[in-house]
Design a protein around this ligand. Sequence first.
Ligand SMILES: [Fe+2]
Ligand SMILES: [Fe+2]
Length: 265
Amino acid sequence: MTKIIVFTDIHFGQEDATADPAARLRAGFEHLERYNSDAELIVITGDLSHDGRVEDYEALREIIDTAPRPVQLMIGNHDNRENFLSVFTNVATTASGHVQTSRETDSAKLIFLDTLQAPPYSYPFSHIGVLCADRMAWLDAELESDKPCIIFMHHPPHDTGFVAMDAIKLGNGPAFYDLLERHGTVQQLICGHVHRTISGSHRGVPFAIFKSLVGQMPMLFDVMDFHMECNEPAAYGILMLGEHGVIVHTEDFQLTDLSKAVIKG
Ligand SMILES: [Fe+2]
Ligand SMILES: [Fe+2]
């Protein structure tokens, strides 16, 4: 079984953040090294920086350099692709310059997508996700796979019930799902963007979305403001990949002191 850790929406540089992103990421790395040291990979599914500034990526790189496991970085709507690539110069990109790549575990193929709709960086329009023709063609080729595929992408490609976030989901979700259906090789989607733990399925494909490292989406489904945040303990996701499928856990790692866990009875 392969264990993968997922952080998302770490928003380095957010001035009105409900918590310090760098301190929380360091705490998360310490926690996973203590309790999940058998993890093979750490994935951070986008919104690495809040405003896409070079200095935010430099601050992140300082911590990534100390990460206890290899880290796969992805970008989201708050990121700036050019600034990100100017700091993380060894990150793989496609021929079209998008931050997309794949890798294999014993049981699955992991596919990492770039759903940032920019340049131009034009907000609020750029908060909506997209997979352009180049990115879709790349994905089409990757989905031709002998192993089941797990897709990591910042924007959910479907509604989640939060009307404000549904307005800035992946803009071409139906075409994305048509492509998945043609191949029939996708086992699981992993997303971020909503800042809330959500799971379910859409058009027969299971999905999981994890909480942010910092501000969380309040459970107010019908409020049309995607800037809402509430302060809750930080979390990371834990994926266990085996030959028969995927197990998805979420760990609110600041909620419980596991060293004080007791045996009852
Ligand atoms: Fe975010
Ligand atoms: Fe986002």
